[in-house]
Write a protein that binds this ligand. Structure first.
Ligand SMILES: [Zn+2]
Length: 148
């Protein structure tokens, strides 16, 4: 039986603290630069304050870019793990006596449908091969994915 594990959150609490701190520092620098520039009367002194605001913008942008990069990396890793676990090796199913290989119809305990042996819905599940008539007598109906 395969167990699918998907990362619930792409960011750790540490990542959230980092992006929060980066944005707080960036916006603080922007506010200080803005406030400083508003009190100045010459272009030269306003430019110094504007540089401080630009540095704040770069700090906040770098913090957000790093945050998104870490989240993307976590999601990519989770997707790869999910895909690898989603494709289990099919279990060999013994055919009942007197049937051709393409006619192997399988069902498992508690299943209400019967399937072709290669159907993805039974891949990796414990199933038993039987003739169509045996499945129908057991009250099972054909799968609507593999149409046995
Ligand atoms: Zn099926």
């Amino acid at each position: 039986m395969s167990v699918v594990t998907i990362a619930q959150r792409p960011w750790s609490p540490r990542d959230l603290r980092r992006v929060g701190a980066g944005n707080a520092l960036g916006f603080l620098l922007i506010a200080v630069g803005w406030g400083g520039a508003s009190g100045e009367t010459t272009l030269r002194s306003q430019s110094r304050c504007a540089v401080l605001s630009l540095i704040g913008l770069v700090v906040a942008g770098a913090a957000n870019a790093a945050f998104l990069r870490r989240g993307r990396r976590a999601l990519t890793f989770g997707t790869r793990r999910f895909v690898v676990r989603e494709a289990p090796v099919p279990m060999p199913v013994p055919a009942p006596a007197g049937s051709a290989p393409g006619d192997v119809l399988v069902a498992g305990p508690g299943l209400t449908l019967f399937h072709r042996s290669e159907c993805r819905l039974v891949t990796g599940k414990p199933v038993r091969a039987e003739q169509r008539s045996a499945h129908e007598e057991a009250g099972r109906e054909p799968c609507e994915v593999c149409w046995p």
